[in-house]
Design a protein around this ligand. Structure first.
Ligand SMILES: Nc1nc2c(ncn2[C@@H]2O[C@H](COP(=O)(O)OP(=O)(O)O)[C@@H](O)[C@H]2O)c(=O)[nH]1
Ligand SMILES: [Mg+2]
Length: 312
């Protein structure tokens, strides 16, 4: 199951305590400082399921700094903890402050580790040559965060069940979405990367999706964040124009703005029909006035053409 909402607590590591130590029996203080606690950071991934693991473990702490040592040696800094969350995750603090994860390969600080305490060597002065005190180190920052996933993608694959959305995603990106010859193989959206752009497979749109039928209504909200819709229609369909209109109607019923989105049509599984039949279907779809590209996952040239188009 795709978890798209979960609450967590993040804690920076505690700073290590400073050390109280003296050189020999009557010598001066030589206790070192404690190490700094580790920070908690977050980094985005295209794995949409990355929030699932926070159900099992919802309190996440970076390592503590270790204690200072004699001979003015500092304690070690605690290791940072980097949390991995899906791109499109919103992190909402109790104060209402929000962070949106919208960039890959960038770490964002969530909770700072505490500073290490000073060792007694630090407190030596002309008035006090043998200080017996050291600081305990500070606690790390602690935050309660509500995580909410909103799918963001450059391209959204839409179309009736079985149109070939998951197959195409798998073929032209690194994704490994489930594929099957029956409707609703894909119960959850999947993401893939194509030359740095994100493609989303948005499953389950059917007639009535906007009213809550099928699975589509859960994902319609996600389409709002997509830049270009790729509307897949199977070349095997008896009436491709009708297939197109069924989905258009749902988009419209959900939100008129979705119809203003840029959209192209992919006539899929072109390998399964005769050239003449393909021509006929292209013609009937011409009424939509959209750009139409015939594709087949078994025809590398057609995929290359599509990839080139998407790269522009
Ligand atoms: N021959 C052929 N079969 C395809 C092609 N694309 C998808 N399929 C098949 O069509 C079925 C449905 O594909 P799937 O990707 O699961 O459709 P989705 O429901 O839109 O995600 C699967 O059996 C696929 O193997 C294609 O280009 N050519
Ligand atoms: Mg699918």
């Amino acid at each position: 199951m795709l978890i798209d909402e979960v609450d967590i607590i993040v804690k920076g590591g505690h700073g290590g305590p400073g050390c109280v130590s003296f050189i020999g029996k009557h010598g001066g203080p030589d206790g070192g400082d404690g190490g700094k606690g580790g920070d908690v950071l977050v980094e985005a991934t295209t794995d949409l399921y990355a929030l699932n693991r926070f159900l099992a473990k919802s309190t996440l702490s970076a390592d503590n700094g270790t204690a200072g040592k004699s001979n003015q040696r500092s304690g070690e800094n605690g290791k940072d903890l980097t949390l991995i969350m899906p791109i499109g995750t919103f992190l909402i603090e109790e104060s209402g402050a929000e962070i949106e994860l919208n960039e890959l390969n960038k770490k964002i600080l969530l909770a700072k580790g505490g500073l290490g305490g000073r060792g007694n060597a630090f407190f030596k002065s002309s008035r006090n040559t043998t200080p017996k005190r050291a600081q305990p180190g500070l606690s790390g920052e602690e935050k309660k965060l509500s995580l909410k996933l909103k799918l963001i993608a450059d391209f959204g694959l839409i179309g009736l069940p079985n149109a070939g959305k998951s197959s195409l995603l798998n073929e032209i990106t690194n994704a490994e979405a489930k594929v099957g010859s029956y409707p609703f193989t894909t119960l959850e959206p999947n993401l893939g990367m194509l030359n740095g752009k994100i493609l989303a497979d948005i499953p389950g749109l059917i007639e009535g999706a906007s009213e809550g039928r099928g699975l589509g209504h859960r994902f319609l909200k996600h389409i709002e964040k997509v830049n270009l819709l790729l509307h897949l229609i199977s070349a095997e369909s008896i009436d491709p124009l009708n297939d197109y209109q069924v989905i258009q109607k749902e988009l419209k019923a959900y939100n008129l703005k979705l119809l203003e989105k840029e959209e192209i049509i992919l006539l899929t599984k072109s390998d399964l029909v005769e050239a003449k039949d393909l021509e006929k279907k292209l013609k009937s779809l011409a009424k939509t006035k959209k750009k139409i590209i015939p594709v087949s996952i078994h025809n590398w040239e057609s995929l290359q053409f599509l990839i080139k188009f998407l790269n522009q």
